[in-house]
Ligand binder design. Structure first.
Ligand SMILES: C[S@@+](CC[C@H](N)C(=O)[O-])C[C@H]1O[C@@H](n2cnc3c(N)ncnc32)[C@H](O)[C@@H]1O
Length: 416
């Protein structure tokens, strides 16, 4: 089943559900772990992507993780990783994914992995056996683009490039940045403040042609160089992917690939429910207040502002009292309107901290804790019209939840 996107594909020209985009994990799940503070037995929803965030969140011992992606290829990558973790030990898992080892070894391991797959997913991967042999970690279009960028860096003086990711301190790393990097960062930061920045990234901005591509390249290069002056490449799997085209150091692999977490993740794999579809639609299939944590990755950037606000209303309804939502902001920021801003308490300190510590480059964060309705809004439940504080769907969900929990319990739990 494929999903037709409406305006949502604007960030990525072309329908981005047609192919596998992420085989790797390009985000630092530790940030989501800190933001969501998942309690043992909590229920979480996370966008699937390459599956690394979902598997990494399992280390926090939630009762259930719903993994959702609009792109079926991403769901299949996660299913393959789950099947591989069930069948293989840690070393074999790394070989199978393609971090190390040879294609012949992967053929042998595939025979064991496929036994843990449903027939649809098994035949899907059998039909893409070349990607399995190559190692699926680097088989998405995102990883292919990273290899191209790495190729450009490879043209730099080789010794300088090796020193860039092997340098022993940040100061040494900065010394090896290419000439002119400061100017690119400065221009990029100026461009990022441009009020109509979205124009560069939207499909409707295509007409701008060459200028548009140039602007995007400068912005992204500036974000990269800026990250390189605050983060060491040897500590960041994301920067290694961009600069070298693969994960280099075993110590900085994404959390789900690290040996110390392997067994605990393995023992909890049955808690993952893989769902295909739009995150708002999937959220709507759960009762109000179901989730304790929701991790949206950078999906908001893929949505036009109106769709984003709609999604956040649905998030609010599906979050349990005092549940948390986190999303990433890369280049394009999405902001709540005044009405929704009153429904979430922002964690400014943690947002600022994660901006410094997160290992994926240039990500900002929104971390919100669900607030209960104010007394006036509560009064408005019966009065509000379509322009009032609550839409009809919210009202229905709130009424149901109130019936289940009793209003007093609901508002008390929701207190911060
Ligand atoms: C930028 S990626 C995150 C991948 C990532 N960087 C990683 O490390 O896994 C966002 C994912 O969200 C999915 N996506 C985008 N819009 C969506 C939506 N409205 N509903 C569900 N998934 C969506 C995309 O298919 C993609 O796999």
């Amino acid at each position: 089943m494929t999903y037709q996107l409406t305006e949502s594909d604007w960030f990525n020209p072309g329908n981005f559900t047609r192919e596998l985009r992420y085989g790797s994990c390009s985000e630092d799940v530790l940030s989501e772990i800190k933001a969501l503070k998942i309690e043992k037995n909590g229920r979480v929803l996370a966008v699937t992507g390459g599956g690394g965030r979902v598997l990494g969140l399992l280390t926090e011992d939630p009762a259930e993780i719903v993994a959702v992606d609009i792109n079926i290829h991403q769901s299949r990558v996660l299913k393959l990783k789950i099947a591989a973790m069930k069948a293989l030990n840690h070393r074999e898992f790394l070989v199978f994914l393609g971090w190390c080892g040879r294609p012949q070894n992967r053929d042998r391991l595939w025979m064991r992995v496929r036994e843990n797959l449903d027939s649809n997913t098994a035949s899907y991967w059998q039909g893409r056996i070349d990607s399995v042999r190559e190692g699926i970690l680097y088989s998405g279009t995102f990883e292919r683009s990273c290899r191209k960028i790495a190729g450009i860096f490879a043209k730099m003086n080789r010794r300088k490039r090796v020193r860039l990711y092997a340098s022993r301190s940040l100061a040494q790393q900065i010394k090896f940045l290419p000439f002119g990097w400061r100017m690119i960062v400065a221009i990029s930061q100026r461009l990022l403040k441009f009020r109509r920045l979205e124009l560069f990234f939207s499909s409707s901005g295509r007409g701008i042609g060459l200028i548009r591509s140039l602007m995007i390249s400068i912005i992204l290069m500036g974000v990269l160089f800026n990250a390189l002056r605050s983060q060491r490449v040897r500590n960041s799997h994301f920067l290694q992917l961009i600069l070298v085209g693969r994960y280099v150091s075993a110590r900085s692999l994404p959390r789900y690939l690290q040996p110390e977490f392997y067994e605990s993740i393995q023992s909890r794999l049955d808690r993952i429910r893989v769902r295909e579809g739009r995150v708002d639609e999937v959220l709507k299939s759960y009762p109000a207040g179901y989730f304790d944590g929701i991790s949206l990755s950078n999906v908001p950037a893929f949505l036009v502002p109106k769709e984003f606000l709609r999604l956040m209303r649905i998030v609010w309804i599906r979050l349990a009292p005092a549940g948390r939502v986190v999303y990433r902001q890369f280049v394009l920021a999405r902001r709540l309107n005044r009405h929704l801003a009153r429904r979430f308490a922002r964690n400014d300190d943690l947002e600022a901290e994660l901006m410094q510590t997160d290992l994926a480059m240039g990500h900002g964060f929104f971390i919100g804790t669900r607030l209960p309705l104010t007394t006036e809004e509560e009064d408005g439940l019966d009065r509000s019209d379509s322009r009032g504080s609550l839409c009809r769907e919210e009202r229905g969900e709130m009424e149901k939840r109130r019936e289940r929990l009793g209003w007093r319990a609901f508002s008390a739990c929701g207190k911060e």
